[in-house]
Design a protein around this ligand. Sequence first.
Ligand SMILES: Cc1cc2nc3c(=O)[nH]c(=O)nc-3n(C[C@H](O)[C@H](O)[C@H](O)COP(=O)(O)OP(=O)(O)OC[C@H]3O[C@@H](n4cnc5c(N)ncnc54)[C@H](O)[C@@H]3O)c2cc1C
Length: 430
Amino acid sequence: MAWDFETEPEFQTELDWMDAFVREEVEPLDFVLGSPYDIHNPKNQKIVPKLQGEVRKRGLWACHLGPELGGQGYGQLKLALMNEILGRSHFAPIVFGCQAPDTGNAEILAHFGTPEHKEKYLQPLLNGEIVSCYSMTEPHGGADPKVFTTRAELDGDEWVINGQKWFSSNARYASFLIVMVVTDPDAPPYERMSMFIVPKDTPGVEIIRNVGLITESEGHHAYIRYNNVRIPRNHLLGERGQGFAVAQTRLGGGRIHHAMRTVGQVKKAFDQMCERALSRTTQGEVLANKQMVQEKIADSWIEIEQFRLLVMQTAWRIDKYKDYRKVRKDIAAIKVMLPKVFYDVASRALQLHGSLGVSEEMPFSNQVIDALRLGIVDGPTEVHKVTVARQVLRDYKPAEGLFPSGHLPALREQAIQKYGELLELEVSSF
Ligand SMILES: Cc1cc2nc3c(=O)[nH]c(=O)nc-3n(C[C@H](O)[C@H](O)[C@H](O)COP(=O)(O)OP(=O)(O)OC[C@H]3O[C@@H](n4cnc5c(N)ncnc54)[C@H](O)[C@@H]3O)c2cc1C
Protein backbone atom coordinates (compact mmCIF):
# COMPACT_ATOMS: atom_id res chain seq x y z
CA MET A 1 0.00 0.00 0.00
CA ALA A 2 1.42 3.34 -0.98
CA TRP A 3 -1.38 5.80 -0.15
CA ASP A 4 0.26 8.29 2.15
CA PHE A 5 -1.08 11.73 3.02
CA GLU A 6 1.80 12.79 5.25
CA THR A 7 4.58 15.27 4.57
CA GLU A 8 8.17 14.22 5.33
CA PRO A 9 9.38 15.99 8.51
CA GLU A 10 12.42 17.51 6.71
CA PHE A 11 10.21 19.05 4.04
CA GLN A 12 7.68 20.17 6.65
CA THR A 13 10.52 22.21 8.21
CA GLU A 14 10.94 24.02 4.88
CA LEU A 15 7.19 24.59 4.62
CA ASP A 16 7.11 26.00 8.14
CA TRP A 17 9.93 28.38 7.26
CA MET A 18 8.08 29.45 4.09
CA ASP A 19 4.85 29.93 5.99
CA ALA A 20 6.43 32.32 8.51
CA PHE A 21 8.53 34.10 5.85
CA VAL A 22 5.55 34.70 3.53
CA ARG A 23 3.32 35.81 6.40
CA GLU A 24 5.81 38.21 7.95
CA GLU A 25 7.98 39.47 5.07
CA VAL A 26 6.02 39.00 1.84
CA GLU A 27 2.29 39.46 2.48
CA PRO A 28 2.79 43.10 3.64
CA LEU A 29 4.23 43.92 0.18
CA ASP A 30 0.77 43.51 -1.36
CA PHE A 31 -0.27 46.67 0.53
CA VAL A 32 2.70 48.91 -0.21
CA LEU A 33 3.96 48.07 -3.73
CA GLY A 34 2.33 48.04 -7.18
CA SER A 35 2.72 45.16 -9.60
CA PRO A 36 5.08 42.31 -8.62
CA TYR A 37 6.10 42.18 -12.31
CA ASP A 38 7.35 45.77 -12.26
CA ILE A 39 10.71 44.38 -11.22
CA HIS A 40 12.80 47.40 -12.18
CA ASN A 41 10.63 49.86 -10.25
CA PRO A 42 12.96 51.48 -7.64
CA LYS A 43 10.46 50.74 -4.83
CA ASN A 44 10.30 47.03 -5.74
CA GLN A 45 14.09 47.03 -6.07
CA LYS A 46 14.47 48.26 -2.48
CA ILE A 47 12.86 45.13 -1.02
CA VAL A 48 12.20 42.27 -3.46
CA PRO A 49 15.80 41.32 -4.45
CA LYS A 50 16.78 41.09 -0.77
CA LEU A 51 13.90 38.73 -0.05
CA GLN A 52 14.73 36.72 -3.19
CA GLY A 53 18.27 36.42 -1.83
CA GLU A 54 16.93 34.87 1.40
CA VAL A 55 14.87 32.38 -0.62
CA ARG A 56 17.96 31.45 -2.66
CA LYS A 57 20.04 31.02 0.48
CA ARG A 58 17.40 28.66 1.84
CA GLY A 59 17.55 26.65 -1.43
CA LEU A 60 13.92 27.34 -2.29
CA TRP A 61 14.41 29.46 -5.42
CA ALA A 62 12.55 28.39 -8.62
CA CYS A 63 11.57 25.03 -7.19
CA HIS A 64 9.44 24.21 -10.24
CA LEU A 65 12.66 23.64 -12.17
CA GLY A 66 14.82 20.54 -12.39
CA PRO A 67 18.43 20.68 -11.15
CA GLU A 68 19.72 21.10 -14.74
CA LEU A 69 18.05 24.55 -14.75
CA GLY A 70 19.09 25.54 -11.26
CA GLY A 71 16.01 24.35 -9.34
CA GLN A 72 15.54 21.63 -6.77
CA GLY A 73 13.61 19.19 -8.98
CA TYR A 74 11.10 18.78 -6.18
CA GLY A 75 8.30 17.65 -8.49
CA GLN A 76 4.68 18.77 -8.51
CA LEU A 77 3.54 17.28 -5.21
CA LYS A 78 6.03 19.23 -3.13
CA LEU A 79 5.36 22.23 -5.33
CA ALA A 80 1.65 21.92 -4.52
CA LEU A 81 2.39 22.18 -0.80
CA MET A 82 4.67 25.16 -1.41
CA ASN A 83 2.24 26.93 -3.73
CA GLU A 84 -0.52 26.70 -1.14
CA ILE A 85 1.60 29.02 0.95
CA LEU A 86 2.65 31.24 -1.96
CA GLY A 87 -0.98 31.62 -3.08
CA ARG A 88 -1.68 33.84 -0.09
CA SER A 89 0.26 36.80 -1.53
CA HIS A 90 0.54 38.40 -5.00
CA PHE A 91 4.23 38.96 -4.38
CA ALA A 92 5.15 35.52 -3.08
CA PRO A 93 5.55 33.77 -6.47
CA ILE A 94 8.01 36.42 -7.71
CA VAL A 95 9.92 36.32 -4.41
CA PHE A 96 10.29 32.55 -4.85
CA GLY A 97 11.04 32.72 -8.62
CA CYS A 98 8.01 30.72 -9.74
CA GLN A 99 5.51 33.26 -11.12
CA ALA A 100 3.21 32.73 -14.08
CA PRO A 101 3.54 33.21 -17.01
CA ASP A 102 7.33 33.12 -16.66
CA THR A 103 7.32 29.53 -15.38
CA GLY A 104 5.50 28.31 -18.49
CA ASN A 105 7.57 30.48 -20.83
CA ALA A 106 10.75 29.14 -19.21
CA GLU A 107 9.49 25.60 -19.84
CA ILE A 108 9.01 26.42 -23.52
CA LEU A 109 12.49 27.95 -23.80
CA ALA A 110 14.07 25.03 -21.94
CA HIS A 111 12.43 22.53 -24.30
CA PHE A 112 12.58 24.36 -27.63
CA GLY A 113 15.12 27.22 -27.34
CA THR A 114 18.54 27.20 -28.98
CA PRO A 115 21.65 27.59 -26.76
CA GLU A 116 21.64 31.28 -27.75
CA HIS A 117 17.97 31.71 -26.69
CA LYS A 118 18.74 30.01 -23.41
CA GLU A 119 21.62 32.34 -22.69
CA LYS A 120 19.82 35.51 -23.78
CA TYR A 121 16.28 34.88 -22.51
CA LEU A 122 15.99 31.77 -20.35
CA GLN A 123 18.88 32.39 -17.97
CA PRO A 124 17.98 36.00 -17.09
CA LEU A 125 14.36 34.86 -16.67
CA LEU A 126 15.40 32.12 -14.26
CA ASN A 127 17.66 34.55 -12.43
CA GLY A 128 14.71 36.92 -11.89
CA GLU A 129 16.48 39.69 -13.87
CA ILE A 130 13.68 40.01 -16.45
CA VAL A 131 10.02 39.04 -16.84
CA SER A 132 8.21 37.79 -19.94
CA CYS A 133 4.79 37.74 -21.57
CA TYR A 134 2.72 35.08 -23.30
CA SER A 135 0.85 36.60 -26.23
CA MET A 136 -1.71 34.24 -27.75
CA THR A 137 -5.32 35.45 -27.37
CA GLU A 138 -6.72 37.69 -30.12
CA PRO A 139 -9.44 40.33 -29.80
CA HIS A 140 -11.99 38.36 -31.83
CA GLY A 141 -11.56 35.04 -30.01
CA GLY A 142 -9.56 33.41 -27.25
CA ALA A 143 -11.22 30.13 -26.32
CA ASP A 144 -10.90 28.87 -29.89
CA PRO A 145 -7.32 29.39 -31.11
CA LYS A 146 -8.29 28.01 -34.51
CA VAL A 147 -9.76 31.43 -35.36
CA PHE A 148 -6.51 33.34 -34.79
CA THR A 149 -5.36 35.45 -37.74
CA THR A 150 -2.07 37.09 -36.68
CA ARG A 151 0.35 36.03 -39.43
CA ALA A 152 4.08 35.46 -39.74
CA GLU A 153 5.65 35.21 -43.19
CA LEU A 154 9.22 34.36 -44.06
CA ASP A 155 11.12 37.11 -45.82
CA GLY A 156 14.69 35.97 -46.44
CA ASP A 157 16.18 35.20 -43.05
CA GLU A 158 13.48 36.96 -41.10
CA TRP A 159 9.91 36.30 -40.02
CA VAL A 160 7.57 39.27 -40.45
CA ILE A 161 4.64 39.32 -38.01
CA ASN A 162 1.41 41.26 -38.54
CA GLY A 163 -1.77 41.19 -36.47
CA GLN A 164 -3.27 41.90 -33.07
CA LYS A 165 -3.18 40.20 -29.69
CA TRP A 166 -5.40 40.85 -26.70
CA PHE A 167 -4.89 40.43 -22.94
CA SER A 168 -1.15 39.78 -23.19
CA SER A 169 -0.55 40.07 -19.44
CA ASN A 170 2.49 41.97 -18.19
CA ALA A 171 3.69 42.90 -21.69
CA ARG A 172 4.38 46.37 -20.31
CA TYR A 173 7.07 44.97 -17.98
CA ALA A 174 8.29 42.12 -20.20
CA SER A 175 11.64 41.98 -22.00
CA PHE A 176 10.32 39.47 -24.52
CA LEU A 177 7.05 37.97 -25.64
CA ILE A 178 6.30 34.42 -26.66
CA VAL A 179 3.81 34.82 -29.48
CA MET A 180 1.62 32.22 -31.18
CA VAL A 181 1.10 33.08 -34.83
CA VAL A 182 -0.36 31.56 -38.02
CA THR A 183 2.45 30.49 -40.36
CA ASP A 184 0.63 27.90 -42.49
CA PRO A 185 -2.95 29.07 -43.08
CA ASP A 186 -3.75 26.22 -45.49
CA ALA A 187 -2.59 23.40 -43.19
CA PRO A 188 -5.05 21.40 -41.03
CA PRO A 189 -6.36 23.62 -38.16
CA TYR A 190 -3.97 22.30 -35.49
CA GLU A 191 -0.91 22.62 -37.73
CA ARG A 192 -1.36 26.23 -38.81
CA MET A 193 0.35 28.01 -35.95
CA SER A 194 3.94 28.41 -34.76
CA MET A 195 5.52 29.87 -31.64
CA PHE A 196 8.08 32.70 -31.69
CA ILE A 197 10.25 34.74 -29.37
CA VAL A 198 9.70 38.45 -29.97
CA PRO A 199 11.97 40.86 -28.05
CA LYS A 200 9.65 43.60 -26.75
CA ASP A 201 11.82 46.40 -28.12
CA THR A 202 11.56 45.09 -31.72
CA PRO A 203 10.29 47.91 -33.98
CA GLY A 204 6.58 47.46 -34.73
CA VAL A 205 5.54 46.03 -31.34
CA GLU A 206 2.88 48.56 -30.38
CA ILE A 207 0.96 48.40 -27.11
CA ILE A 208 -2.35 50.03 -28.03
CA ARG A 209 -3.41 50.11 -24.38
CA ASN A 210 -3.10 48.18 -21.15
CA VAL A 211 -6.51 46.86 -20.19
CA GLY A 212 -7.23 46.65 -16.46
CA LEU A 213 -9.46 44.40 -14.40
CA ILE A 214 -11.97 46.11 -12.13
CA THR A 215 -9.83 44.92 -9.18
CA GLU A 216 -6.60 46.45 -10.52
CA SER A 217 -5.54 50.03 -9.96
CA GLU A 218 -3.90 50.11 -13.42
CA GLY A 219 -4.03 47.97 -16.55
CA HIS A 220 -1.66 45.03 -16.96
CA HIS A 221 -3.18 43.18 -19.91
CA ALA A 222 -1.87 44.56 -23.17
CA TYR A 223 -3.83 45.02 -26.35
CA ILE A 224 -0.93 44.73 -28.81
CA ARG A 225 -0.58 45.42 -32.50
CA TYR A 226 2.28 43.69 -34.34
CA ASN A 227 3.11 45.97 -37.30
CA ASN A 228 5.61 44.35 -39.69
CA VAL A 229 7.58 43.05 -36.71
CA ARG A 230 10.80 41.49 -38.04
CA ILE A 231 12.53 38.79 -36.03
CA PRO A 232 15.37 36.42 -36.98
CA ARG A 233 14.37 33.14 -38.61
CA ASN A 234 15.74 31.14 -35.68
CA HIS A 235 13.32 32.80 -33.23
CA LEU A 236 10.89 30.03 -34.13
CA LEU A 237 10.38 27.76 -31.08
CA GLY A 238 9.86 24.12 -31.99
CA GLU A 239 8.87 23.06 -35.48
CA ARG A 240 6.98 25.27 -37.90
CA GLY A 241 3.24 24.47 -37.57
CA GLN A 242 3.69 22.95 -34.10
CA GLY A 243 2.52 25.97 -32.07
CA PHE A 244 -0.32 24.00 -30.45
CA ALA A 245 2.03 21.25 -29.29
CA VAL A 246 4.49 23.84 -27.93
CA ALA A 247 1.61 25.63 -26.12
CA GLN A 248 0.67 22.40 -24.36
CA THR A 249 4.16 22.34 -22.79
CA ARG A 250 3.27 25.42 -20.79
CA LEU A 251 -0.47 25.18 -20.27
CA GLY A 252 -0.60 21.92 -18.28
CA GLY A 253 1.91 23.12 -15.70
CA GLY A 254 0.48 26.64 -15.67
CA ARG A 255 -3.04 25.44 -14.88
CA ILE A 256 -2.09 23.17 -12.02
CA HIS A 257 0.09 25.87 -10.49
CA HIS A 258 -2.90 28.25 -10.56
CA ALA A 259 -4.92 25.58 -8.78
CA MET A 260 -2.24 25.05 -6.12
CA ARG A 261 -2.07 28.77 -5.39
CA THR A 262 -5.85 28.98 -5.32
CA VAL A 263 -5.94 26.42 -2.50
CA GLY A 264 -3.93 28.94 -0.46
CA GLN A 265 -6.20 31.85 -1.37
CA VAL A 266 -9.38 29.91 -0.60
CA LYS A 267 -8.05 28.79 2.75
CA LYS A 268 -7.28 32.40 3.62
CA ALA A 269 -10.90 33.40 2.91
CA PHE A 270 -12.12 30.37 4.89
CA ASP A 271 -9.98 31.25 7.93
CA GLN A 272 -11.48 34.72 7.95
CA MET A 273 -14.98 33.27 7.66
CA CYS A 274 -14.43 31.03 10.68
CA GLU A 275 -12.94 33.84 12.74
CA ARG A 276 -15.97 36.02 11.95
CA ALA A 277 -18.42 33.27 12.83
CA LEU A 278 -16.86 33.01 16.27
CA SER A 279 -16.54 36.78 16.81
CA ARG A 280 -19.79 38.39 15.65
CA THR A 281 -22.86 38.27 17.87
CA THR A 282 -26.44 38.64 16.74
CA GLN A 283 -29.68 37.97 18.64
CA GLY A 284 -27.67 37.16 21.74
CA GLU A 285 -25.37 34.52 20.30
CA VAL A 286 -22.35 34.20 18.04
CA LEU A 287 -22.96 33.57 14.33
CA ALA A 288 -21.24 30.22 14.74
CA ASN A 289 -24.28 28.95 16.66
CA LYS A 290 -26.68 29.56 13.76
CA GLN A 291 -27.32 26.47 11.71
CA MET A 292 -27.32 28.31 8.37
CA VAL A 293 -23.89 29.68 9.27
CA GLN A 294 -22.73 26.19 10.25
CA GLU A 295 -23.91 24.99 6.85
CA LYS A 296 -21.74 27.62 5.14
CA ILE A 297 -18.73 26.53 7.16
CA ALA A 298 -19.32 22.82 6.62
CA ASP A 299 -19.93 23.21 2.87
CA SER A 300 -16.82 25.36 2.51
CA TRP A 301 -14.58 23.00 4.45
CA ILE A 302 -15.79 19.98 2.47
CA GLU A 303 -15.36 21.75 -0.89
CA ILE A 304 -11.86 22.96 0.00
CA GLU A 305 -10.78 19.49 1.14
CA GLN A 306 -12.16 17.86 -2.03
CA PHE A 307 -10.48 20.45 -4.22
CA ARG A 308 -7.17 20.17 -2.38
CA LEU A 309 -7.17 16.38 -2.60
CA LEU A 310 -7.85 16.50 -6.34
CA VAL A 311 -5.01 19.01 -6.79
CA MET A 312 -2.66 16.79 -4.75
CA GLN A 313 -3.67 13.65 -6.61
CA THR A 314 -3.15 15.40 -9.96
CA ALA A 315 0.27 16.63 -8.83
CA TRP A 316 1.13 13.09 -7.75
CA ARG A 317 0.04 11.75 -11.14
CA ILE A 318 2.18 14.30 -12.99
CA ASP A 319 5.19 13.19 -10.93
CA LYS A 320 4.35 9.55 -11.61
CA TYR A 321 3.73 9.71 -15.37
CA LYS A 322 5.97 12.68 -16.22
CA ASP A 323 3.67 13.28 -19.17
CA TYR A 324 1.00 15.99 -19.12
CA ARG A 325 -1.00 14.19 -21.81
CA LYS A 326 -1.78 11.42 -19.33
CA VAL A 327 -3.28 13.89 -16.84
CA ARG A 328 -5.29 16.09 -19.21
CA LYS A 329 -8.58 15.04 -17.65
CA ASP A 330 -7.32 15.64 -14.10
CA ILE A 331 -5.89 19.08 -14.93
CA ALA A 332 -9.06 20.09 -16.79
CA ALA A 333 -11.13 18.94 -13.80
CA ILE A 334 -9.22 21.04 -11.28
CA LYS A 335 -9.33 24.00 -13.69
CA VAL A 336 -13.13 23.65 -13.59
CA MET A 337 -13.23 23.24 -9.83
CA LEU A 338 -10.92 26.09 -8.85
CA PRO A 339 -13.04 29.13 -9.79
CA LYS A 340 -16.16 27.49 -8.37
CA VAL A 341 -14.68 26.63 -4.98
CA PHE A 342 -12.99 30.03 -4.74
CA TYR A 343 -16.18 31.85 -5.73
CA ASP A 344 -18.38 29.89 -3.32
CA VAL A 345 -16.07 30.24 -0.33
CA ALA A 346 -15.22 33.92 -0.94
CA SER A 347 -18.89 34.85 -1.38
CA ARG A 348 -19.87 33.02 1.82
CA ALA A 349 -17.04 34.80 3.67
CA LEU A 350 -18.30 38.10 2.24
CA GLN A 351 -21.87 37.31 3.31
CA LEU A 352 -20.88 36.49 6.91
CA HIS A 353 -19.05 39.81 7.20
CA GLY A 354 -22.22 41.70 6.19
CA SER A 355 -21.71 45.35 5.17
CA LEU A 356 -18.05 45.13 6.13
CA GLY A 357 -17.67 42.08 3.88
CA VAL A 358 -18.94 43.84 0.79
CA SER A 359 -16.87 46.96 1.48
CA GLU A 360 -13.44 47.86 0.16
CA GLU A 361 -12.11 47.33 3.69
CA MET A 362 -12.17 43.55 3.28
CA PRO A 363 -10.70 41.47 0.41
CA PHE A 364 -13.80 39.43 -0.44
CA SER A 365 -15.23 41.48 -3.33
CA ASN A 366 -11.82 41.29 -5.02
CA GLN A 367 -11.68 37.56 -4.37
CA VAL A 368 -15.12 37.01 -5.90
CA ILE A 369 -14.02 38.84 -9.06
CA ASP A 370 -10.72 36.99 -8.96
CA ALA A 371 -12.61 33.70 -8.91
CA LEU A 372 -14.56 34.81 -11.99
CA ARG A 373 -11.25 35.75 -13.63
CA LEU A 374 -9.90 32.27 -12.95
CA GLY A 375 -12.93 30.81 -14.73
CA ILE A 376 -11.80 32.58 -17.93
CA VAL A 377 -8.02 32.77 -17.89
CA ASP A 378 -6.20 29.79 -19.45
CA GLY A 379 -9.43 28.79 -21.16
CA PRO A 380 -13.02 29.13 -19.91
CA THR A 381 -14.65 26.57 -17.63
CA GLU A 382 -16.95 25.30 -20.38
CA VAL A 383 -14.03 24.26 -22.57
CA HIS A 384 -12.40 22.34 -19.71
CA LYS A 385 -15.68 20.59 -18.91
CA VAL A 386 -15.79 19.43 -22.52
CA THR A 387 -12.25 18.03 -22.11
CA VAL A 388 -13.20 16.18 -18.92
CA ALA A 389 -16.31 14.69 -20.49
CA ARG A 390 -14.52 13.64 -23.69
CA GLN A 391 -11.67 12.04 -21.77
CA VAL A 392 -14.03 10.27 -19.39
CA LEU A 393 -16.13 8.89 -22.24
CA ARG A 394 -13.05 7.36 -23.86
CA ASP A 395 -13.16 4.69 -21.17
CA TYR A 396 -16.74 3.68 -22.02
CA LYS A 397 -18.45 1.97 -24.95
CA PRO A 398 -22.05 1.93 -26.15
CA ALA A 399 -24.46 -0.76 -24.94
CA GLU A 400 -24.58 -3.72 -27.29
CA GLY A 401 -28.32 -4.28 -27.39
CA LEU A 402 -31.50 -2.25 -27.22
CA PHE A 403 -31.39 -1.99 -23.43
CA PRO A 404 -28.53 -0.67 -21.27
CA SER A 405 -26.05 -3.13 -19.78
CA GLY A 406 -27.43 -2.21 -16.33
CA HIS A 407 -31.02 -3.15 -17.28
CA LEU A 408 -32.29 -4.88 -14.14
CA PRO A 409 -34.43 -7.64 -15.70
CA ALA A 410 -31.44 -8.89 -17.72
CA LEU A 411 -29.14 -8.75 -14.70
CA ARG A 412 -31.72 -10.61 -12.63
CA GLU A 413 -32.01 -13.27 -15.35
CA GLN A 414 -28.21 -13.71 -15.44
CA ALA A 415 -28.11 -13.99 -11.64
CA ILE A 416 -30.84 -16.62 -11.65
CA GLN A 417 -29.02 -18.56 -14.33
CA LYS A 418 -25.87 -18.47 -12.22
CA TYR A 419 -27.34 -19.26 -8.81
CA GLY A 420 -30.98 -20.21 -9.53
CA GLU A 421 -30.50 -23.96 -9.41
CA LEU A 422 -28.57 -23.80 -6.17
CA LEU A 423 -31.18 -21.57 -4.57
CA GLU A 424 -34.10 -23.38 -6.28
CA LEU A 425 -35.36 -20.15 -7.91
CA GLU A 426 -37.55 -19.95 -11.02
CA VAL A 427 -36.40 -18.14 -14.21
CA SER A 428 -38.79 -15.22 -14.76
CA SER A 429 -40.29 -14.48 -18.15
CA PHE A 430 -39.78 -11.08 -19.79
C1 LIG B 1 -6.87 38.15 -16.25
C2 LIG B 1 -6.61 37.52 -17.57
C3 LIG B 1 -5.31 37.35 -18.00
C4 LIG B 1 -5.05 36.79 -19.25
N1 LIG B 1 -3.75 36.67 -19.67
C5 LIG B 1 -3.50 36.21 -20.90
C6 LIG B 1 -2.15 36.18 -21.39
O1 LIG B 1 -1.21 36.53 -20.68
N2 LIG B 1 -1.94 35.78 -22.67
C7 LIG B 1 -2.96 35.39 -23.48
O2 LIG B 1 -2.70 35.02 -24.62
N3 LIG B 1 -4.25 35.41 -23.05
C8 LIG B 1 -4.54 35.82 -21.79
N4 LIG B 1 -5.84 35.89 -21.35
C9 LIG B 1 -6.91 35.53 -22.27
C10 LIG B 1 -7.63 34.25 -21.94
O3 LIG B 1 -6.84 33.14 -22.25
C11 LIG B 1 -8.95 34.28 -22.73
O4 LIG B 1 -9.72 35.34 -22.16
C12 LIG B 1 -9.72 33.00 -22.69
O5 LIG B 1 -9.08 32.00 -23.44
C13 LIG B 1 -11.14 33.21 -23.27
O6 LIG B 1 -11.09 33.85 -24.50
P1 LIG B 1 -12.02 35.15 -24.74
O7 LIG B 1 -11.82 36.10 -23.64
O8 LIG B 1 -11.78 35.63 -26.12
O9 LIG B 1 -13.50 34.61 -24.64
P2 LIG B 1 -14.35 33.84 -25.78
O10 LIG B 1 -13.48 32.88 -26.51
O11 LIG B 1 -15.04 34.90 -26.57
O12 LIG B 1 -15.37 33.10 -24.88
C14 LIG B 1 -16.37 33.83 -24.16
C15 LIG B 1 -17.24 32.88 -23.38
O13 LIG B 1 -17.91 31.99 -24.27
C16 LIG B 1 -18.14 30.75 -23.63
N5 LIG B 1 -17.49 29.69 -24.40
C17 LIG B 1 -16.33 29.75 -25.09
N6 LIG B 1 -16.05 28.55 -25.65
C18 LIG B 1 -17.07 27.72 -25.33
C19 LIG B 1 -17.37 26.35 -25.59
N7 LIG B 1 -16.55 25.60 -26.32
N8 LIG B 1 -18.50 25.84 -25.07
C20 LIG B 1 -19.35 26.59 -24.32
N9 LIG B 1 -19.11 27.88 -24.03
C21 LIG B 1 -17.99 28.44 -24.52
C22 LIG B 1 -17.50 30.87 -22.23
O14 LIG B 1 -18.48 31.24 -21.31
C23 LIG B 1 -16.48 31.95 -22.43
O15 LIG B 1 -16.12 32.61 -21.22
C24 LIG B 1 -6.12 36.39 -20.10
C25 LIG B 1 -7.44 36.56 -19.64
C26 LIG B 1 -7.69 37.11 -18.41
C27 LIG B 1 -9.12 37.29 -17.98
